[in-house]
Write a protein that binds this ligand. Structure first.
Ligand code: GLU
Length: 513
């Protein structure tokens, strides 16, 4: 029978979840959902020295924002809890004992100073089969001495006893079969009496086993740990439930040269964290995708394609599409360049699908930031404005640059445009335009356009100059949506008021040619 798909995302709460970690969580989630399996969130907090307050909440909030659902976890509960490793000490203790009893592990008393002395005396020193008999441990000390030291409260670690000369096979769904020789591994520390906690390796595989994890999907940086994990599964006699390993390609710097780091984000101006992070120790703030104006759907879509493709050129995919299409068959082995510009494109594209009325609501805080009270305008006005200009934006905050003139008269007029479009005759033509606009029966875009264009033609005026002077007066520069759509929305009175203002304020630079 096919094994039930159960995957886990197992972050350590040592700081904000990095965007690479988010991608790992996403791939776990897509794989689980694709197979109708379960997604576990396990908090790996056994390294008490690296614990950072707030990091666990941050992880939960980030996953929730992105719509990465968790089936079993600290908050969700589940049949194999607790899902936080610091609450599973008894389980680990029991498993350490199992390995000790089976002679697959041993107790070592070497102090950090002793290990340091050894390291400086022996080049490339490794605590393993070739050296362990020279060290202070339960293999070299008499049993009563070991007991005496423990009873006296001496601190110790438990090390995994790795047999040399054995090939260790790791089957990876993306990388295929990787075989290494056990000799290159050292006798890893599995448990430390000092804090009565296991190390990452032991806790990780004990939990994967007990939580019935079928697939271990994680970043490539964990690949070197995989042979040790295979050996631990074997040492416990759990060969039959060994999970399938999947090591995801690294996220690379945008230019592809090296691993993506936080500094790349600072240097090139893109966030490397899903949410803004306030470092509790330093007070530093790191920017997040959410606060930078990204839609969660766009971030999900962007991340999904960093290392995976659906087998064709499709780019825009909802979470549901991704779930349907996801498989490791189309995951690449090589690193994925973090093409953050593409991320902006995704955001642009997703914003186009946001309903104008909803976009208007999202724009209100931006209006406030610019000193505009959105309550001075009807929702339908703001909705029509954003609908008109959204094609030009990557972020909601960009709307302001595109449409500020709908909320305030021009503060200044583009000097280049003045030079090109505003001559000594322009004020008189603009005055005439005011008359024409006043004479219009219907001021709607569709009704106003033709009579005005006809007037310009009949007078033999230069179409481009007149229309641009008109635009300059109303907008302040020669850009924006269709002119008559703007005037329809601003209304006759405001349009005319602005042309009058421009006539007063703009001094012709030199005659237009
Ligand atoms: N706690 C590890 C981390 O922080 C988990 C690695 C794994 O998935 O095995 O990523």
């Amino acid at each position: 029978m096919e094994r039930e798909v159960r995957v886990r995302f197992a972050p350590s709460p040592t700081g904000p979840l990095h965007i690479g970690g988010v991608r790992t969580a996403l791939y776990n989630y897509l794989f689980a959902r694709h197979h109708g399996g379960k997604m576990i969130l396990r908090i790996e907090d056994t390294d008490s020295h690296r614990f950072v307050p707030g990091a666990e909440d941050y992880i939960n909030e980030a996953l929730a924002w992105l719509g990465i659902g968790i089936d079993e976890g600290v908050r969700e509960g589940g049949p194999y809890g607790p899902y936080k490793q610091s609450e599973r000490r008894d389980i680990y203790r029991e498993h350490v004992k199992m390995l000790l009893d089976a002679d697959r592990a041993y107790i070592a008393f070497d102090t950090p100073e002793q290990l340091e002395t050894k390291r400086s005396a022996v080049a490339n020193f490794q605590y393993d089969a070739s050296t362990r008999m020279e060290m202070t441990n339960s293999l070299t000390l008499p049993a009563d001495e070991v007991k005496r030291r423990i009873d006296a409260g001496e601190q110790y670690v438990v090390r995994f006893k790795i047999e040399p000369g054995r090939p260790v096979e790791v089957n990876d769904l993306i990388r295929g079969k990787v075989t290494i020789k056990s000799d290159i591994l050292d006798d890893k520390v599995l448990y430390k009496s000092a804090d009565d906690l296991p190390t990452y390796h032991l806790a990780n595989i004990v939990d994967d086993h007990l939580m019935k994890v079928s697939h271990v999907i994680r970043g490539e940086e964990w690949l070197p740990s995989a042979p040790l994990h295979v050996l631990l599964y074997e040492a416990f006699g759990w060969n039959d439930t060994m999970p399938q390993f999947v090591h995801l390609p690294l996220l690379l710097k945008p230019d592809g040269k090296g691993k993506l780091s936080k500094r790349d984000g600072d240097r090139l101006g893109f966030p490397v964290f899903p949410l803004e992070w306030h470092d509790p120790a330093s007070g530093n703030i790191s920017s997040g995708y959410r606060e930078s104006g990204y839609l969660p759907e766009a971030v999900v879509n962007f991340l999904a394609l960093l290392g995976w493709n659906p087998g064709d050129d499709t780019e825009i995919m909802s979470m549901q599409d991704l779930i349907e299409k996801f498989s490791f068959e189309h995951c690449s082995k090589s690193g994925a360049k973090f093409a953050f510009e593409k991320g902006k494109w995704f955001n642009h594209t997703y914003l186009q699908n946001v309903d104008d009325a909803q976009l208007a609501q999202m724009f209100k805080p931006v209006l406030r930031e610019h000193g505009v009270n959105p309550n001075d305008y009807s929702d339908s006005y703001i909705t029509r404005v954003v609908g008109m200009v959204k094609g030009r934006i990557n972020f909601v905050k960009d709307l302001w640059d595109q449409c500020a003139f709908f909320f305030q008269e021009p503060e200044s007029y583009d000097p280049k445009a003045i030079k090109k479009r505003w001559s000594a005759e322009t004020p008189a033509i603009m005055a005439e335009l005011i008359e024409r606009l006043n004479a219009l029966e219907d001021f709607s875009s569709a009704a106003a356009e033709q009579p005005i264009l006809d007037w310009i033609t009949s007078k033999g005026y230069h179409m481009g100059n007149v229309m641009n002077a008109f635009r300059l007066s109303v907008v302040g520069e020669c850009k924006g949506p269709h002119m008559f759509d703007i005037t329809e929305l601003l209304g006759r009175e405001e349009t005319i008021r602005r042309i009058r203002l421009a006539i007063e304020r703009i001094k012709a630079d030199e005659p237009a040619v």
